[in-house]
Design a binder for this molecule. Structure first.
Ligand SMILES: C[S@@+](CC[C@H](N)C(=O)[O-])C[C@H]1O[C@@H](n2cnc3c(N)ncnc32)[C@H](O)[C@@H]1O
Length: 330
């Protein structure tokens, strides 16, 4: 389908190598154009695992689901595409598996976070300061809150806090002030280009302007889609869905996301040995996962050269520890 342009999936070979190890249920929580799912389905097929396998592809964007349905057509019998938020992974897995008569335990989960190149490149979705469009930024077009709602209704303090927290932008206060002044004098801000011009007004030269534009747009996008809240939820709930030795692979694209992934994985991997000096032979509570990647994997220069989106990608992988056995130090 020519109108849906999705770039090459990021770290695709690494995802396949770390996730696809046995037949079973796989969840692609960020289906997008279906590039990673296609790789997983092909790998399952090549390993002779197709018969016992199903890929559940979740996306909150209808356009992504249509594009992926087209791409994955040859594997129709082994895929279920689901419109929803990955924060609901537990109930989605339960309902799909019960419909298919499968045990609701998952062999692999992939999360390739953030927005797709298709969403960014589509001006009408309003994600980009490079393309003029309505100030929207909703991944789920049925969601109630758009970027325009935030820009036009939050007070100056809340706007500044948001731009600082989710954009890590040092000029957050002056940018918030300029937005509030503009909307008082000119009425609501409705276009991406209009917002970009207001932000540009805080600069005299061209220094760091691009960085600031992307930081403010990132902050709004995170708030519109509650990205960090749903990320925390899917990490905890996804681990619950995993079968013994099932794996979860997460690709993040900025430090706010990666910090959450790293912290949740570290917490779930840690055993509780009680107060120091007690000398227990067994921990009070065992970690429920092991870290497959102690340090995040990053893309090779060759991949970055052909797919600039891979530049900031960080991949972390964990494995659920079998209920029956504990492998310390993993
Ligand atoms: C980076 S793209 C994924 C690209 C995909 N891996 C591919 O190969 O084409 C992220 C996708 O995840 C979706 N997404 C992001 N957060 C989501 C969430 N909380 N729930 C469901 N889908 C989400 C976006 O709508 C977008 O289509």
């Amino acid at each position: 389908m020519a109108q849906y342009i999705y770039h090459e999936p990021v770290l695709a070979a690494e995802i396949i190598a770390s996730l696809v190890r046995k037949p079973g249920v796989y969840v692609d929580g960020t289906l997008g154009g279906g590039g990673h799912s296609l790789g997983i389905l092909r790998a399952l097929n090549e390993a002779g695992y197709s018969a016992g396998s199903l890929v559940i592809g979740i996306d909150q964007d209808d356009a992504a689901l249509s594009a992926a349905a087209e791409k994955l057509r040859e594997f129709d019998a082994h895929t279920v595409l689901f419109k929803g938020n990955f924060a609901a992974i537990e109930s989605i897995v339960q309902s799909v598996c019960s419909e298919k008569g499968l045990k609701p335990k998952v062999a692999g989960i992939l999360l390739d976070l953030g927005v797709s190149s298709f969403q960014i490149d589509t001006a009408e979705r309003g994600f980009s300061y490079l393309r003029d469009g309505p100030l929207d930024m909703r991944m789920d077009m049925d969601a109630p809150l758009s970027a325009a709602d935030i820009v036009n209704t939050y007070d100056e303090k809340d706007l500044a806090r948001l731009i600082y927290r989710y954009g890590e932008e040092p000029r957050s206060r002056s940018i918030a002030k300029s937005i509030v002044t503009y909307r008082r004098d000119n009425g609501p801000v409705s276009r991406t280009e209009e917002l970009a011009d207001i932000i540009r007004g805080n600069f005299t030269g061209t220094d760091k302007i691009i960085k600031t534009l992307s930081r403010v747009f990132q902050a709004l996008r995170i708030e519109v889609n509650s990205e960090l809240e749903v990320l925390r939820k899917v990490l905890y709930d996804g681990i619950e869905c995993l079968d013994d030795h099932g794996r979860m692979a997460v690709i993040s694209y900025h430090s706010l996301e990666d910090r959450i992934v790293k912290t949740v994985f570290a917490e779930k991997a840690k055993s509780d040995w009680g107060p120091k000096g007690v000398g227990l032979r067994e921990p009070l509570r065992r970690g429920s996962i092991s870290l497959v990647t102690r340090k995040p994997l990053i893309a090779a220069q060759q991949e970055i050269d052909s797919n600039p989106r891979a530049r900031s990608a960080k991949l972390r992988v964990i494995e659920k520890i079998s209920q029956g056995g504990y492998r310390e130090g993993q």
